[in-house]
Design a binder for this molecule. Structure first.
Ligand SMILES: [Mg+2]
Length: 311
């Protein structure tokens, strides 16, 4: 499979997971397969809970904002990404993480807002930086291991002051980098754990272990550790894109984000042809705050292609 196909499928796969999981957010375990018992049957991109069928949520919306900044600025311009996030937050998105909203609206400058929030709240290890990482992971993949992990940490730090969120996002970037190069993400974990900051390594080693199951999570999967752990578990415990996404949404909880992270990994590994067309065709990504723009599937593919060639 060509690298570019994997790159596009990373971005599209993540958006598909986001849109499929959104109607099931905060629902119970097994809700997806109770409603859609047969894989391959159709109708799964159902909308609900305020979401249209195929409508991507904040996860993909923020990933697109990062992508457009990287592309238009010709590289990593952190104040520019932060300004785009702020403009989007002010545009009234249907969903926005509590912590992300506070950081983007607390009036602090880009390089102090997240750190200040963390100092006051002491809890900032949500999955909100991991959820939007598909586009930056594709963009920085060809820059190499340390460059992509460094970029992941810095983009995460714009909204998340807790280094645990930076490390989880960096692991995702490195998983995508290796997968785009043709490596199997399901066996890449031990090597990547060596690259995690020592203060955070053990917690990631626990949730990324071969025998870890989402039932063993010690936090709600809106936290970065079980979110990443569940995505890797969904990939490991299944054999195709559709099956992996079904497993991820079926875990319940923060279903759009867990499925968005799973969809990025599964897209990179299985490629675009493995993503059902009935899931990609209705995809659309509204961008609140940006003059009513809504990206359709073709726009998302074009954006991913630009990211895949730009470093
Ligand atoms: Mg969301």
């Amino acid at each position: 499979m060509k690298r570019m196909e994997r790159a596009v499928a990373t971005v599209v796969g993540s958006a598909v997971g986001d849109a499929l999981g959104a109607p099931f957010e905060f629902g119970p375990e097994g809700a997806f397969s109770a409603r859609f018992p047969e894989p391959g049957h159709g109708g799964e991109m159902c909308g609900g809970g305020g979401w249209e069928p195929g409508e991507a949520t904040d996860d993909t919306q923020m990933a697109v904002l990062v992508a457009e900044s990287l592309h238009q600025r010709g590289g990593l311009d952190l104040p520019d990404i932060f300004a785009r996030f702020q403009r989007w937050a002010a545009g009234g998105p249907k969903d926005i993480g509590l912590q992300t909203e506070d950081v983007l609206t607390n009036g602090m400058p880009w390089d102090l807002a997240a750190a200040t929030h963390f100092q006051i709240n002491q809890q900032a290890a949500g999955n909100g930086s991991l959820m939007r990482a598909s586009t930056s992971a594709v963009y920085f993949a060809s820059a190499g291991q340390s460059a992509t992990m460094d970029a992941a940490r810095r983009i995460a730090a714009l909204t998340h002051g807790d280094a645990a969120a930076w490390e989880g996002t960096a692991v995702f970037h490195e998983l995508i980098r290796r997968t785009l190069a043709g490596a199997d993400p399901r066996t890449a974990v031990p090597d990547i754990l060596e690259l995690v900051h020592p203060d955070h390594r053990q917690r990631y080693a626990t949730v990324l272990a071969d025998d870890w199951h989402p039932d063993q999570a010690t936090e709600f999967n809106g936290a970065v550790w079980p979110c990443l752990g569940t995505a890797v578990w969904a990939l490991r415990s299944t054999t195709g894109f559709e099956e992996a996404i079904r497993a991820a949404v079926d875990v319940g909880g923060d279903t759009d984000t867990v499925a968005a992270v799973t969809g990025g990994l599964a897209g990179a590994w299985y490629g675009l042809d493995a993503i059902p067309a009935r899931w990609t065709e209705p995809l659309h990504v509204p961008l609140p705050g940006f003059d009513g723009r809504v990206l359709a599937l073709g726009d998302l593919i074009e954006l991913a292609q630009r990211l895949g060639t730009s470093v």
